[in-house]
Design a protein around this ligand. Structure first.
Ligand code: GLU
Length: 256
């Protein structure tokens, strides 16, 4: 599918940096704008699944911790607190636009199970908006996906999505590190992920999130294998999603 305007079933992944301030507390204005745009896209007939990060980061913020804990039980406790807060806000804001949300918490061992696929299919048929996260409170090494970029690609494959949109704190893939090189240019189209592209993606993520560009490129690679394209774009201006679905060039599109 060459034109994003033609995409009907879409997975939108929202990173922690889009949902939270540096403090880890919710970015209320951003979330309100994001919810409004997504509700509107659904009204226009798009089938959308959200994959939302933020449980651990927002849990840490709510608990007043200076940063995400590094130990497993600390992360799991933060996720338990933050996931509630996240869903509370999504439910409240989407309800304002008359949309029903559903929480779907997954671990690697249940992905690809028929009953998971059937649940997504049923929720979409009921016009409900599934909001997915990894079940961080119980996820341990053997069953963990580990980052939501990868999880969002897996979900997109599972539901036979047409397009994966990854909302990030950067507006796409650059040909050099834009924090270090002011002349770095945004790459609009990446037809395939080769070694050169993977080399561009090295580097860590933000203080609150998990992945950096490397996990996004990995997700896009899974997408190419599964037959859908991935758009990496900034989540700072959620209204840009309108432009994307009007067929304009936004962010970096990977795959064909
Ligand atoms: N599942 C994690 C959370 O909700 C986020 C993982 C990620 O940032 O990719 O905190």
């Amino acid at each position: 599918m060459k034109n994003c305007a033609d995409a009907k079933r879409i997975v939108i992944k929202i990173g922690t940096s889009t949902l939270a301030h540096q403090t880890g507390r919710l970015n209320i204005q951003r979330m309100e704008r994001l919810v409004k745009v997504i509700a509107d896209l659904k009204n226009a007939g798009k089938e959308i699944v959200l994959v939302s990060s933020g449980a651990i980061g927002i849990g840490a913020g709510k608990l007043g911790l200076p940063e995400k804990p590094q130990d497993l039980s600390g992360k799991q406790a933060c996720a338990a607190v933050g996931q509630c807060e996240l869903m509370y806000i999504y439910d409240k804001y989407f309800a304002e636009y008359n949309h029903t949300v559903a929480q779907v918490l997954l671990t690697l061992d249940v992905l690809n199970r028929d009953y998971v696929i059937n649940t997504f299919t049923r929720l979409l048929a009921m016009n409900v908006l599934p909001i997915v996260n990894e079940n961080d409170t119980v996820a341990v090494d053997e069953i963990v996906v580990g980052d939501n970029d990868t999880l969002s690609a897996m979900v997109c494959e599972l539901i036979h999505g047409d397009l994966l949109v990854i909302l990030s704190d950067i507006d796409g893939v650059y040909d050099d590190d834009p924090h270090k090189n002011p002349d770095a240019a945004l790459i609009h189209e990446i037809p395939e992920v080769n070694d050169q592209i993977e080399a561009l993606a090295k580097g860590a993520g933000s203080k609150l999130g998990t992945g950096g560009m490397a996990t996004k490129i990995h997700a896009a690679k899974l997408g190419i294998q599964a037959g859908f394209a991935t758009v990496i774009m900034s989540g700072q201006q959620p209204e840009q999603l309108y432009e994307l679905f009007a067929g304009k060039q936004v962010g970096t599109r990977i795959g064909s």
